[in-house]
Design a protein around this ligand. Structure first.
Ligand code: GUN
Length: 283
């Protein structure tokens, strides 16, 4: 067997073309979707992510503005900034790039964002709404993963989904979203015993640990769908996932590549949430 690749890059491109049309229509009604991004400090990876988000906004006609704050910004100053953006009419989405410097509480900052503008889907209100199946902003990476699975018409209902990783941003919420789609969900993490025995039972295996090529073919049931969320730079400077691509390709039925897999979908779902927020305001 040779896995079919699920290209996040292609799916993202298709979705962005649709969104460009949507923003055009909104503009005709006098609304330009607006996203505010706050970046604290100079972390190179964060700078690169933020640049990617801004470029994508431009591509689909979303107004974006970036607040670059020095690394010694106080929590109070950052909270003031968030409050001002909560009140800004032209801003429909607020994103504070994580991680924040250690002296600032991420929880306090996320809590301060109006749930109606929390296009990252990180606010406890949005997480809670997602858990009980109410309308909310869904966290972008999990949302993108579900869209990728659905794009290939891969059945989810009744399937065994195993997730390696339990972060608040990816692991936990992607399990909840797939549970909402009637999957049977198992979480594995650093304290899990006999992990391979569990992952070998997965119809859909999602790997979100952030450890370079940790998952080889011995973790994968033949014919499984493998979603690789990892983005790691190896010793040769090359971007690699959490999954050994060449091995997974031989046993999986579907596989997401790195780069060009989950990454482009994360940004696309952020754009989607921002446009959605503007549409809700219009209503
Ligand atoms: N840092 C890494 N991923 C993300 C994300 O999706 N949103 C924010 N705000 N910060 C991140």
């Amino acid at each position: 067997m040779f896995a079919e690749l699920i290209s996040g890059k292609e799916l993202a491109q298709r979705k962005r073309i649709e969104m460009k049309e949507e923003t055009k229509l909104l503009k005709q009604d006098g609304i330009t979707p607006g996203l505010a991004v706050i970046l604290v400090g100079e972390d190179p990876a964060s700078q690169s992510y933020v640049k990617g988000k801004q470029r994508a906004c431009e591509e689909v006609g979303i107004h974006s503005e970036l607040d670059k704050l020095p690394v010694d910004t106080t929590e109070e100053e950052l909270l003031h900034k968030v409050t001002a953006l909560n009140e800004a009419e032209h801003i429909h989405g607020i994103l504070v790039q994580l991680p924040l410097p250690d002296h600032i509480s991420e929880k306090a900052v996320i809590d301060a964002i109006l749930p109606e503008k929390d296009v990252d889907g990180f606010h406890p209100i949005n997480i809670g709404r997602m858990m009980v199946g109410q309308e909310s902003f869904l966290p972008c990476t999990p949302f993108g993963i579900v869209e990728m699975i659905k794009s290939k018409r891969i059945p989810i209902e009744g399937k065994h989904v195993v997730i390696i990783g339990r972060s608040n941003i990816v692991g936990k919420p992607v399990g909840q979203l797939l549970l909402n789609e009637h999957a049977t969900v198992t979480y594995c993490h650093s304290r899990t015993k006999n992990m391979k025995e569990i992952t070998k039972q997965a119809d859909i295996l999602i790997v979100a640990v952030g450890r370079e090529e940790m998952v080889g073919e011995e973790f994968i049931k033949p014919g499984a769908v493998v979603i690789d969320v990892g983005v790691n730079r190896n010793s040769e400077g090359k971007l690699v996932g959490d999954v050994k691509f060449d091995e997974a390709k031989k046993v999986a039925s579907y596989l997401t590549p790195v780069p060009g897999g989950v990454g482009p979908m994360t940004i696309t779902m952020l754009l989607h949430n921002t446009v959605e927020s503007a549409k809700r305001r219009e209503k």
